[in-house]
Ligand binder design. Structure first.
Ligand SMILES: [Zn+2]
Length: 204
């Protein structure tokens, strides 16, 4: 496993300009869904969130927004937040500053947001510096691991439940690849955290 469910404090310290969590007194959790929208799963996620009165943040890929306009509008209509996740889901490590920023701008032409999350969590210092001028860069505190085909839905549920605290930003994926685990983990996470008195807020 080449990632950690819980973001280490050292990383948060090294990138103080990026947002990793919201230290809150009240019991709020910030659920986030990356990589959508999708024709297959966005509506399912929205229906489920609705049952719990849960607000969330969707970091959308520009290209997917263009091909799933109806699903994207549904996210907006239901009052959730959206964030830029580049147009082509670029890995910052493999792209120059210029070509990376160009792709972020291309996504910005498809929809407007003041929020940005780098695909794969990869962002150089230069890229992050350039983007913090126009965006709040939203990282995370807890990874569900739903993208990992070696995990079960139950593993993803446990990763979230064992690591969240007040103000945690949690990553799930609105993607075909993550769906088998998401569909098991998300209902259980919503159920359990609701019963523990948490509410779910969108990042603004
Ligand atoms: Zn992504």
């Amino acid at each position: 496993m080449s990632y950690l469910y819980k973001t280490p404090k050292l990383l948060k310290w090294y990138y103080p300009d990026l947002i990793w969590d919201y230290p809150l007194e009240d019991k709020s959790i910030y659920l986030t869904f990356d990589d959508g929208p999708t024709k297959e799963h966005t509506k399912w996620i929205l229906e489920l969130l609705g049952k719990y009165d849960a607000q969330a943040t969707f970091f959308c890929v520009g290209n997917n927004v263009q091909s799933c306009k109806e699903e994207f509008n549904e996210i907006i209509v239901r009052g959730h937040s959206v964030g830029n996740h580049t147009f082509n889901h670029l890995n910052g490590r493999n792209h120059s500053l210029l070509s990376y920023i160009r792709d972020v701008r291309k996504c910005d032409k498809v929809f407007k947001s003041s929020l940005f999350r780098p695909p794969h969590g990869r962002l150089s210092k230069k890229q992050s510096l350039a983007l913090t001028k126009d965006f709040k860069i939203i990282m995370w505190d807890v990874l569900s691991g739903d993208f990992d085909q070696n995990l079960s839905g139950e593993d993803c549920y446990n990763a979230v439940i064992n690591n969240v605290v007040n103000g945690s930003i949690v990553v799930f994926h609105d993607s075909i690849k993550a769906a088998p685990r998401l569909k098991i983990a998300l209902p259980k996470v919503l159920d359990e955290l609701t019963s523990r008195g948490y509410t779910f807020k969108a990042i603004k």
